[in-house]
Write a protein that binds this ligand. Structure first.
Ligand code: PNS
Length: 189
């Protein structure tokens, strides 16, 4: 089950015209899904979104609703809001949520590609397994791997939460809104 993109800005008018034009010309446009738990969004995620948005015509950041990663710090709606705010500047990026199989969501969305980031070799095995499983489930869905900027290669949502909870400064590693929300979480009982 999926929901509609947040707000009226699924993609800008210019992007819409571009895609309509491409369709009329019979040319392919590439829509990709960038899936994850994003608890919370980091500058590494944002860096990857910026890179992905330059390569594909339409990029959907898709938050997994039923993540097996234990107790999330932020609700899905809070994560969706933060990503929406942080990606406002991109005309071809939208934010959605999904549950169930990623390949089913790709099919529903008419997306032929999944975007994933690889920060270091340690990410590779997990990402490779996931890409191969997704290919087995749907050979029409291709996984695209991109690397974030070097300065974010050690950044993960898990580390951000841990460091922040111990009083560490994460302001250079997450968007300002995420810092605000982290602070708000730590002051609410
Ligand atoms: O950022 P994350 O938490 O590493 O993202 C993991 C995610 C959401 C991409 C992955 O758990 C996923 O795609 N889950 C959906 C269920 C699915 O399709 N499983 C089969 C592929 S292994």
């Amino acid at each position: 089950m999926t929901d509609a993109p947040l707000g009226p800005r699924a993609y800008s008018f210019a992007a819409f015209c571009f895609q309509a034009g491409m369709l009329l010309l019979g040319m392919h446009t590439i829509k990709a899904i960038y899936p994850g738990t994003f608890d919370p969004l980091t500058n590494g995620h944002l860096d990857l979104i910026a890179r992905g948005a330059q390569i594909v015509d339409e990029l959907v950041v898709a938050i997994l609703r039923n993540s097996e990663k234990g107790n999330p710090l932020f609700t899905v709606d809070e994560r969706k809001e933060m990503i929406f705010e942080a990606t406002r500047q991109f005309g071809n990026v939208s934010v959605m949520t999904f549950d169930g199989l990623l390949v089913n969501f790709c099919r529903e969305q008419g997306a032929k590609a999944v975007l994933r980031g690889i920060r270091a070799i340690s990410d590779y095995e997990y990402e490779f397994q996931m890409a191969m499983m997704n290919r087995k489930l749907d050979p029409n869905v291709e996984t695209l791997f991109m690397m974030p900027a070097e300065k974010y290669t050690y950044v993960s949502s898990r580390l951000i939460k841990g460091v922040f909870q111990l009083g560490g400064d994460v302001t250079a590693l997450v968007p300002p809104l995420v810092v605000e929300r982290l602070k708000a979480k730590s002051t609410t009982p």
